[in-house]
Design a protein around this ligand. Structure first.
Ligand SMILES: C[S@@+](CC[C@H](N)C(=O)[O-])C[C@H]1O[C@@H](n2cnc3c(N)ncnc32)[C@H](O)[C@@H]1O
Length: 168
């Protein structure tokens, strides 16, 4: 399930809401997917439906007219989809795992999009970008790898323009 929003920064409310009892238990997965086998296995899986749904949400919020960042890009499927759909989009795709970034590099080069998609090794819990650096932040299927999701959300919110768009 993906949620899209375009909200002013001050409305990031991290207070637990009443009635959380019915939620599923959270099953944390290991954080980085940095072995060769993990990266290749993930890349080979069929993510088309999920990727298309991120693209759809991204377009729905009017994304892709400026600078965007993908947090935990893995093998880079989604930035390539977005860059193809939105020729003005410039995307920084971040992952901590070099093995994933190597796969993403191949995909981006093959798509001829190296001038608009920059790959960068970084930890999403401590991003090397200033406040308000991006018009959109998007991220798929990474929160279940992050021990405290607020570490991710605070950074995502910090690097996002005040009226920017967030797709998680
Ligand atoms: C399940 S994959 C999802 C990849 C991609 N977003 C997609 O939807 O195809 C999760 C990715 O997040 C990366 N990751 C996990 N924790 C991270 C962190 N703290 N900083 C940067 N990348 C992280 C992993 O290395 C992995 O590539």
């Amino acid at each position: 399930m993906h949620h899209a929003s375009r909200l002013p920064r001050r409305s990031l409310d991290t207070t637990p809401w009443p009635g959380q009892d019915g939620l599923m238990d959270r099953i944390l997965e290991p954080e980085y997917m940095d072995t060769q086998a993990e990266a290749q296995e993930y890349d080979a899986m069929d993510h088309v439906a999920a990727n298309e749904s991120v693209l759809a949400r991204f377009l729905e919020i009017g994304g892709g007219r400026g600078r965007a960042v993908d947090l935990g890009t893995g093998p880079g499927h989604i930035p390539v989809l977005i860059a193809r759909a939105r020729p003005e989009a410039r995307i920084v795709a971040v992952d901590a795992a070099q093995t994933m970034l190597d796969l993403a590099r191949e995909r981006v080069d093959q798509a001829g999009l190296a001038d608009r998609i920059t790959l960068q090794q970084a930890n999403v819990r401590d991003l090397p970008f200033g406040d308000d650096s991006f018009d959109e932040v998007f991220s798929n299927s990474i929160l279940h790898h992050i021990p405290d999701p607020l570490d991710f959300l605070r950074e995502a919110w910090r690097v996002l323009e005040v009226d920017g768009g967030l797709v998680v």
